[in-house]
Structures are given as C-alpha cells and as structure tokens.
Design a protein around this ligand. Structure first.
Ligand code: FPP
Length: 246
C-alpha cells in the first residue's frame, strides 16, 4: 500500500496495483440539477467541473489511462438547449484542457467526430496531434461514441481491406479488430465506474470492457469526489480477477 497522506484530497491508503484503464460513466448530471430545482444544463456544467477535478486527481495518483463517457451516439435525442450546453462545454474544456493539465498528458477523442461542427472537429484533431507524444497519462473523452457503432466502424475498415486484397478474411482476429478501434494501443478497461445508481454499461467501450470490473455508487456524478474514487480503487484491488481461468 502506498500512502498519499499529504495531499488534501488523498486521505486513504491506495493500492499499489492501480487499474491500467479506468472508464468513467459521468451519469446523474440531470438529476443533480433537478434535485436543486435547476435546469438540466446546469447539472452538466457542474459535471464538467467535476470532470476537471477528477482528471487532475487521477494524474496525481498516477493512473495511466482514463476515459470518460461524455456524449453518446444516442444523446443527440436530447433537447436542443441541453445539447448546446454540452457542446459549449466541450469547446470550453478543449481549450482549457491545456491549462488544467500539466504537461505530459495525451488526449484522445473516442467516437465519430464527423457529426460535430467543423471548428470543434479541428480543435479535437489539433489537441490529439499536439499531445500525441506525451506518455505520463492518456485521457480519453468519448464523444458521439457508441460501442456497437465503434465495432461496426472497425468491421467496415477490415472489410474494405479484404476487398482490396490487403488482408484475407482469415487474418481477422481479436487483435486485428482491437487495432481498428478508437482505443488502438490502449489497454482494455480494468475498472468501470458508474455513479448515479444505474447498473448498466449503456454501450460504453463494450469490446474493451469484456473483462472489466464494475463499481457502482448512488452518488451523482457532480458529487463524485476523489475520496469516492479512492474507495473504488481499493474495492477494485480486493477483487479476484480470473479472466476465465480458475
Ligand atoms: C449523463 O447524465 C451525462 C451526459 C449525457 C453528459 C455528460 C457531459 C458532461 C459532464 C459535460 C461535458 C463534459 C466535459 C468533459 C466537458 P444525465 O444527463 O443522463 O443525467 P440524468 O441521468 O440524471 O438525467
């Protein structure tokens, strides 16, 4: 056990064996706002603030790969004002991310960027390019993301390669599919954290979560604190993972 006693938010003794990839489903923003009699977009603003806090904390404790479900392929069905708020928050945070993260964090967007306004797409691509060489931590944000959509996208790429004669259908393996996913080169998810009391994956990194452990809590995302993350990491450390073996 490594002690992180000094920093204000790190009160617990954290395990040395941290998950290689933690996936966060940032759920409960709408309910957080409703409980306070505020409009739903307000909850997203608080959720985005908390995203920043949790990302910083993840970096402090040495997590290497973290991913956040920020906008799913299904979220376009939400009311316009809510979608606008989330898009504005993306814009703001994409610019801000360089300030709130110290150097050495690589940033990757998971999902189909083509649905976003062109300026936003350019900002995302520029951020990915500018940070591609950083190695301390990889921060992934899933935007216009759906797990099934990602697998279908990979299948289309492999099918095109087969039609062009670059590969044989027999060459298609679990590894070659993984190599065409948005998370290429990133370890599979070890731990999924979903606040807000919902007990489901909601199409998040379904391929990469094949052997993930799950941590659910009733706390709503804007209230999910570093101390809660400590709890999840300690809980993960106590799980016995068999990966299909005995
Ligand atoms: C789920 O809560 C949350 C979302 C669909 C959006 C998440 C977006 C943000 C946190 C803001 C933008 C993010 C960044 C990182 C800049 P919900 O609305 O489904 O909550 P509910 O289940 O209580 O209705």
């Amino acid at each position: 056990m490594a002690l992180f006693g000094k920093k204000e938010t790190i009160s617990n003794a954290l395990p040395e064996n941290l998950p290689k990839h933690v996936g966060f489903i940032m759920d409960g923003n709408g309910r957080w706002a409703k409980k306070r009699g505020l409009p739903r977009p307000f909850g997203h603003k608080e959720g985005a603030k908390n995203f920043k806090k949790i990302v910083r904390y993840c970096k402090d404790i040495g997590l290497q790969n973290i991913s956040f479900y920020a906008f799913s392929t299904e979220n376009w069905q939400r009311p316009d004002d809510e979608i606008h708020t989330i898009m504005d928050l993306f814009r703001e945070y994409i610019v801000d991310v360089r300030n709130f993260l110290s150097e050495n964090t690589r940033m990757i967007f998971l999902g189909d960027k083509s649905a976003f306004d062109e300026d936003l797409q350019e900002k995302m691509i520029k951020l990915e390019e500018d940070t591609a060489h950083y190695t301390e931590m990889t921060l992934m944000m899933a935007v216009n993301y759906g797990g099934r959509d990602e697998i279908a996208h990979a299948a289309r790429i492999l099918a095109k390669k087969a039609v062009n004669g670059e590969i044989h259908p027999e060459d298609i393996t679990e590894q070659s599919i993984s190599n065409e996913l948005y998370t290429k080169g990133i370890p599979d998810v070890d731990l999924v954290i979903r606040p807000s009391g919902e007990l489901r994956l909601s199409n998040y990194l379904i391929w990469q979560c094949a052997y993930a452990e799950y941590y659910f809590t009733d706390i709503l995302w804007p209230d999910f604190s570093p101390a809660e993350l400590d709890k999840a990491l300690i809980d993960f450390d106590n799980r016995h993972r068999r990966f299909g073996g005995v």
